[in-house]
Design a protein around this ligand. Structure first.
Ligand code: FE2
Ligand code: FE2
Length: 474
């Protein structure tokens, strides 16, 4: 994932360098942003490259017979240094060195003087799209370099950091504070927390290293591993999915990894004791959104069992809906109920578009209103999402008074599964509030707090009835 494809063209003849760069700038650059660097010989490229960082060229187009160092010699240096690149030999003769035949960097040979023809044949076979993983966030520019924002919550999952990390201090300044390969200690996190740093930044050009590390992490989470207890898996999966959705555009690899990790989580939830999961969730220190999303899931699962709707596919649907319903709220600690109260205290702001442009509160209102639509856009990119999840997400802010958003659905028009999800969502928010206020968590106290009669209408009725017969706490 990067913002451009990089080429190094190495030939001692200036005409050849110019023909190749002319082709790249006129053909490849039509569809992709590129950067081409020209070298007279491999030595100068080697001298200018810092091999402790990731190799800066995606493609090397190189002559063979040159003074100082031949293309073949240069190729074996690259193999020794274990760089990742694509090597194309542009020479009068086909290479005889067996290194070229089994070297995995080697992409082919272009015979001089038919250079343009050779470039066309080789580049037709190359899928340049794979060099880009689209980024799904506004990035910042400091010191004329672009940086993307990575939540500390996500960085915390890596023992060894996959890419240099920066602190961005306004437009002019970015300071590198951790190096690729550094071990991050609990003291490091404590000090970041103390300074209230929630994000660090990765150089745009380097962001593919982060995306690869996340893929690896997700792969681990797809396994049902008993050394990795479900309590830890819940927050890891939430943090990874939340971060990916807000940093990258979800591609095919992410999509299948996200869904298989959620499916493996679903089967672990099915085999676990629901009350234990609730208690555990409330007692650990996960982010607000993790607690909120999973508490909603566990309660809706208990309600569905009571309603005899529960089976693996319902649980799978609820798990996807719970994880993704608020995925577009970018702040891990954003308390939805408080946000709703705060940003909607003044309805007039939202209606007056002239005012809203100037008003930061109106901006927040807009962001908040959009989180439902954005979540649906994200879930639509995950091909493996079970049927009906988008509907639950779309309806999660409707209410039994027909005053919800976005559609003010009446209790008769809400779908029964959405109604159950909405009641569970309301219960989850109430329980977290009770905990914050220091109220003892018991079924009696929850019943006192909930005006269940509000839900005893239309398609909410069944879920409300089920609520009166379930136990969430021992
Ligand atoms: Fe929401
Ligand atoms: Fe929510």
């Amino acid at each position: 994932m990067k913002n451009q494809i990089t080429f190094a063209v190495i030939d001692d003849e200036i005409e050849i360098r110019e023909i190749i760069s002319f082709y790249l700038e006129n053909e490849v650059a039509k569809n992709y942003p590129i950067n081409v660097k020209l070298f007279e010989n491999p030595r100068s490229l080697l001298d200018q490259t810092d091999f402790s960082k990731s190799f800066p060229y995606d493609f090397i187009l190189c002559d063979n017979l040159m003074p100082q160092m031949s293309g073949e010699e240069f190729y074996s240096v690259l193999l020794d240094k274990k760089v990742e690149t694509n090597f194309i030999l542009v020479a009068g003769k086909k290479p005889s060195n067996p290194l070229f035949l089994d070297g995995n960097l080697y992409q082919g040979y272009i015979q001089k003087p038919k250079i343009i023809e050779g470039l066309k044949t080789i580049f037709e076979k190359i899928n340049f799209d794979k060099y880009f993983v689209a980024i799904n966030q506004d990035y910042v520019t400091a010191h004329k370099t672009d940086y993307i924002k990575i939540p500390i919550k996500m960085i915390k999952m890596f023992q060894i950091i996959p890419s240099d990390l920066y602190l961005v201090l306004g437009k002019e300044k970015a300071v590198k504070i951790f190096l690729k390969g550094d071990m991050l200690t609990p003291e490091d996190y404590a000090s970041l927390e103390k300074k209230e740093v929630e994000y660090l930044y990765v150089n745009f050009y380097d962001s593919h290293t982060i995306s690869e590390a996340i893929e690896e992490k997700l792969l681990l989470l797809t396994k049902e591993n008993h050394d990795f207890p479900i309590e830890n898996k819940i927050s890891s999966i939430y943090n990874v999915v939340h971060s990916i959705s807000n940093i990258f555009s979800i591609n095919k690899e992410f999509s299948s990894l996200i869904s298989s990790s959620i499916n493996s989580l679903t089967s672990q939830i099915k085999d676990s004791d629901a009350k234990y999961l609730i208690l555990n969730l409330l007692n650990n220190k996960d982010s607000y959104l993790t607690q909120h999303s999973f508490l909603t899931l566990f309660i809706s699962n208990i309600l569905c069992s009571q309603l005899k709707w529960s089976n693996e596919s319902t649980l799978q649907r609820l798990t996807f809906a719970a994880i993704f319903h608020d995925i577009a709220l970018t702040d891990f600690n954003l308390n939805e109920k408080k946000e709703l109260k705060e940003v909607f205290q003044d309805q007039a702001i939202l209606k007056d578009s002239a005012v809203s442009k100037m008003n930061p509160l109106a901006e927040r209102q807009k962001l908040f209103m959009n989180h439902v639509g954005k979540a649906i856009q994200i879930i639509n990119k995950i091909k493996e999402t079970p049927l009906g999840v988008d509907k639950i997400i779309l309806e999660h802010h409707e209410d039994p008074f027909s005053k919800g958003f976005p559609r003010q659905l009446s209790p008769q028009n809400i779908s029964p599964i959405s109604a159950t999800f909405i009641l569970s969502h309301h219960l989850a928010q109430t329980i977290i509030e009770m905990k914050d206020e220091g109220i003892e968590l018991s079924d009696n106290n929850v019943r006192k707090k909930i005006a269940i009669e509000d839900f005893e209408k239309g398609n909410y009725k069944e879920a409300a009835k089920a609520f009166l017969s379930i136990k969430l706490f021992n």
